[in-house]
Structure formats: structure tokens, C-alpha cells
Design a protein around this ligand. Structure first.
Ligand code: PGA
Length: 256
């Protein structure tokens, strides 16, 4: 049975690969991807590679995304990149609140909320990441934690705008560790996220894209993507090789 919502497969290169490698990567990914791709494919690359990636993916269906954006609009913020600068390049999708930004760079809930609401105001799509640490899971407070992250990040978001948000459930203990959440763990939290969205936004929650991230790869993608509330994946390590990433896209495409 086909998945009830559009499947979204996002690659997150993080701080990997080089500008000189973008073109060959894109050529290979396009070569190995299904020609009639029914899934939405997104690749989030470092800022410095955005224009190169846009050029390299050209008229293919792959959407080039940013991994972060400033919460500030314009001005004296050395080292930051603004929403308007990304928009001027034609970027439409931005990862917001990835756990590496929250834990390594101290990104606060209020900064995440500012980014989400400003992206929406500019007709862009935030890929909002939420997820608990191992300690939180062990203490049994995963749902409370995710609920608080969601309500803070989505504060001020309207019913009209929520459909444009992609929510990525990424348990911190599964990111880059090779330990994937079991399908039951991933599906349970994704279903919980949808229930929280239903409480806040009503039945439109059934149309919101909720994806899973954390050591997803070509071996475990199918099982995860078959879950009712998992509408795709955000993939770090396994997106760095175009043939492995294409295998995941091909798997998703079969289920779409
Ligand atoms: P991973 O990263 O696939 O390497 O675990 C996922 C992510 O952080 O988005």
C-alpha cells in the first residue's frame, strides 16, 4: 500500500565534502535516482557550497537546502547568513534546530522559534528538528521533552503555515552513532508528534510531513519508511555517498 503522505528524503552533509566534489556527487546522484521520482529529495549542504550545488543539480528534482540560518534579519552579525540572503539565492528549505546546533553551539529554543517563524513569513520551509538525549529517554520523559520543544518552536505558527513545516524527529542518541531507533521507537514518537500537532492545529496535522533521522541507511530505511507516521528521513552519514543515498531514495520511491 502506498504511503499516505508524500515521502521526503533529505540528505544532511553537515560539515563534510568539498566544493570541488559537489559536481561529481550531483551527477552520480542524478544518475542513480529513479527517473520518475515520486519522493521529494532534499540535500542540505554547507553555505559555501549552496550556489555550486544549485548549479550542479540544475533542473533535476533535487531541492538544495541550507543547514542553518541566522535568527537576525540584517546587519552587524559577523559570520551569520540571513534568510534574505538565502532567499535571494533561491533557497527554499532550511534545517532549523538540529541537535548539533542546539548542543554544540548553544542554540536556544527562542532562537529556533525565531528562525521557524521568520522562514515561514518569507514563504520558506523550515525542516524543524526535535529529539531527546539518551538521558531523557532513560528517565522516561521523552514525550514531555518533545512536547516542550514543539510548543516552543511552533509558537506563533498559524494553521495555514504548519503545512509548510517539515518536522524531523531525530533522537540524539541515534545520530551518527550507528544505533538506529527501533521502528517501534521511531513510529511511537512520530505518532506522538502528530498527536501534539493535532491538539494544536486540528485535523490538518494529518497532512504534515513528519520524518525520522538518526543512522538511517540503505539497510534500515524500508522498515522505517513503512511506518504509518514516518513520512521520510533526514540522513547524515549515509547521504555522503551518492549511490548509498540513491538506494534510500529508490527504496522510498517504491513505497510512495
Ligand atoms: P546520521 O545523521 O544519519 O549520520 O545519524 C542524521 C542527522 O543528524 O540528520
Amino acid at each position: 500500500m502506498a504511503h499516505s503522505r508524500k515521502i521526503v528524503i533529505g540528505g544532511n552533509w553537515k560539515m563534510n565534502l568539498l566544493p570541488s566534489e559537489v559536481s561529481a556527487y550531483a551527477d552520480n546522484l542524478i544518475k542513480y535516482m529513479p527517473k520518475d521520482c515520486k519522493t521529494e529529495t532534499i540535500i542540505a549542504v554547507p553555505f559555501v557550497m549552496l550556489p555550486l550545488a544549485q548549479l550542479a543539480f540544475g533542473s533535476s528534482s533535487v531541492v538544495v537546502a541550507a543547514q542553518n540560518v541566522s535568527e537576525y534579519d540584517v546587519g552587524a552579525y559577523t559570520g551569520e547568513v540571513s534568510i534574505h540572503q538565502l532567499r535571494d539565492l533561491g533557497i527554499t528549505h532550511v534545517i532549523v534546530g538540529h541537535s548539533e546546533r542546539r548542543t554544540i553551539f548553544g542554540e536556544s529554543d527562542s532562537a529556533v522559534n525565531a528562525k521557524v517563524t521568520k522562514l515561514l513569513k518569507n514563504s520558506m520551509t523550515p525542516i524543524l528538528c526535535v529529539g531527546e538525549s539518551e538521558d531523557i529517554r532513560t528517565s522516561g520523559s521523552t514525550e514531555d521533552f518533545i512536547s516542550a520543544q514543539l510548543s516552543s518552536a511552533l509558537s506563533g505558527v498559524s494553521i495555514n503555515d504548519i503545512l509548510r513545516v517539515i518536522i524531523a524527529y531525530e533522537p540524539i542518541w541515534a545520530i551518527g552513532t550507528g544505533i538506529t531507533a527501533t521502528t517501534a521507537q521511531a513510529e511511537d514518537v512520530c505518532a506522538f508528534i502528530r498527536a501534539e500537532l493535532r491538539n494544536k492545529f486540528g485535523s490538518i496535522a494529518d497532512s504534515v510531513t513528519v520524518i525520522y533521522g538518526g543512522s538511517m541507511n540503505s539497510g534500515n530505511a524500508e522498515e522505517l519508511l513503512r511506518c504509518k507516521n514516518i513520512d521520510g528521513g533526514l540522513i547524515g552519514g549515509a547521504s555522503l555517498s551518492p549511490d548509498t543515498f540513491a538506494q534510500i531514495i529508490n527504496t522510498a520511491n517504491k513505497l510512495a
